[in-house]
Ligand binder design. Structure first.
Ligand code: INI
Length: 183
């Protein structure tokens, strides 16, 4: 079995961070986690670009524009949605999760999901550099891993050229078959 070994080397990768200003206290910690993890893996500070958006709900639209710009190898989305007393929480959560998934599905750019969805601010703080680690760092490395996976020769180009070879071989076979039938 061939195994594509996961790679977390961020050297030379251009990464966009899209962060929600809502719950700013959490976002800045997630950003710091992501930035530190990317630099530790060899990314250059000049290749990291932070884009603020008003809230988590706006993240997918910004992520799509950035993905389609062709300027970035990976996108890291960061923010936090904290449950309040109304169903608003559920709508914002659904909007951002469905939206980010849609950007992943419809563009070739890796998009990491680093939007916390928690019951209270304590849960968010513990995941933004507290007792549960820093999700910003975790998802930044997920973005790097996916960018490296997509650029690997066996993942990206072989199936396409394989399909071409397959089609060419089939065409050659049917042409040979036609020649035999007519000779
Ligand atoms: N945005 C967040 O990022 N987190 C939240 O917890 C939140 N709450 O609770 O309302 C939130 N709302 C704003 C929303 O993301 C949009 O910015 C707003 O609706 C304007 O489109």
């Amino acid at each position: 079995m061939k195994i594509e070994t996961p790679r977390f080397d961020a050297r030379g990768l251009r990464v966009a961070l899209v962060a929600a200003r809502f719950n700013h206290l959490i976002s800045v910690r997630l950003i710091e986690g992501a930035r530190t993890a990317l630099l530790a893996r060899g990314a250059s500070a000049a290749d990291l670009h932070l884009f603020w958006v008003p809230g988590a709900f706006e993240i997918p639209q910004a992520a799509r524009r950035l993905a389609e710009s062709g300027r970035f190898d990976a996108i890291v989305t960061l923010g936090s949605v904290i449950r309040g007393g109304t169903p608003h929480f559920d709508y914002v959560c659904r909007g951002v999760t469905d939206g980010v998934r849609e950007v992943m599905r419809t563009t070739n750019v890796p998009v990491a999901f680093g939007v916390l969805t928690t019951d209270d601010i304590e849960q968010a703080l513990s995941r933004a550099g507290g007792s549960e680690g820093n999700k910003g760092a975790e998802v930044a490395l997920a973005a790097v891993e996916m960018a490296r996976l997509f650029e690997s020769e066996s993942f990206a180009s072989r199936p396409r050229s394989g399909a071409r070879v397959g089609r060419a071989r089939n065409a050659a076979r049917s042409s040979a078959g036609r020649k035999r039938a007519t000779s």
